[in-house]
Design a protein around this ligand. Structure first.
Ligand SMILES: [Zn+2]
Length: 317
């Protein structure tokens, strides 16, 4: 191969070229072939190879739109290195508007996967072989799970120098140090020595314009930091808060939840977050924070059982 040529799924993308590739995954029971849609933009000069992925959880849509908007801004002739975009990783969950694969497996607990395992495991294996193995850096885009919402935030191994540099460049309102989770894409790529940022923002099955804007801007900033592209100067009002730990506040009883907080709000220890009551407004139980924190996510479903996770706080020392 010459220059900055790249090969993915036996397709060759020449320097300065851009190509849409559909990598066959499997047939549905109807025999309809499902494939993994990939768009590669290849710069003339070599440089970092950045993958962008979204909808590993099939109902998490903000990242799909983030990737569409990023692609609109990239011209191959001005790019150094390679941008590999996979806006719908869990193609099965996406058409069912579901987080999971048809057998209820979670793709982001199925990495690195295997060629002979479950459908999730095979899809994970395909993603590692064709996308991760051709990349030097990665950004994986998520939202909160269904019935929850998240403040725009980067989760990454902030103890790794290159990952930290990219996380700082992304400049989300919060960056949270997080160890990788078993079976996640981030863990599998980290094991291959690839720095990965996970961007969490907004809700499942919804577009959130703030979440999308901050995601697009963050990716462009990371591309600049990796010397892949120069974008017109953009001023940012966001000052990223760096957090080492987070904690879920759980419901102390079952009932109907009334939260009185907003995302990004600083919450001192012992502050009231809301209350749980019955349908008549009796048996009211106050919810208080037992740490100094910042609200990075919460439940949108008013119906709670004892022990349900209701507010996610980033801990401020
Ligand atoms: Zn997710």
């Amino acid at each position: 191969m010459t220059g900055n040529t790249i090969e993915i799924a036996k397709e060759t993308i020449p320097p300065g070229g851009s190509k849409r590739i559909d990598i066959p995954v499997s047939r549905l029971p109807t025999q309809t072939l499902l494939s993994l849609p990939v768009k590669v933009v290849n710069g003339v000069e070599p440089g970092a190879k950045l993958w962008l992925s979204a909808a590993i959880h099939g109902d998490e849509l903000n990242g799909v739109e983030i990737i569409r908007q990023v692609l609109e801004k990239i011209q191959p002739e001005k790019l150094r290195g390679t941008l590999i975009t996979v806006p719908i990783v869990n193609v099965f969950g996406f058409i069912e508007q579901s987080r999971y694969l048809p057998d209820r497996r979670d793709l982001n607990r199925s990495f690195p996967g295997s060629e002979t395992g479950s459908l999730a495991s095979r899809l994970a294996d395909l993603f590692i072989r064709e996308i991760v193995s051709n990349s030097t850096h990665g950004i994986d885009l998520h939202t909160a799970a269904i019935h929850r919402t998240n403040l725009p935030q980067i989760r990454a191994n902030l103890e790794d120098e290159e990952t930290y540099r990219c996380a700082k460049a992304f400049n989300a309102p919060v960056m949270l140090h997080s160890n990788t989770r078993d079976g996640s894409l981030r863990q599998a790529a980290t094991k291959k020595g690839i720095p990965v940022l996970l961007y969490e923002s907004g809700e499942a099955l919804r577009f959130d314009s703030t979440a999308i804007d901050l995601g697009v801007r963050g990716i462009l900033k990371v591309m600049e930091c990796l010397d892949m592209y120069e974008f017109p100067q953009q001023r940012s009002e966001v000052k990223s808060v760096e957090l080492q730990k987070s904690k879920w506040i759980r419901a102390s009883c079952g009932g109907i939840l009334h939260l009185a907080i907003s995302l990004g709000q600083k919450i001192p220890k012992k502050q009231e977050l809301g209350f749980i009551t019955d349908a008549f407004g009796e048996n009211k139980v106050l919810i208080r924070s037992h740490v100094n924190g910042i609200a990075i996510g919460y439940s949108l479903n008013p119906l709670v059982n004892q022990g349900d996770a209701i507010v996610h706080l980033g801990i401020i020392d």
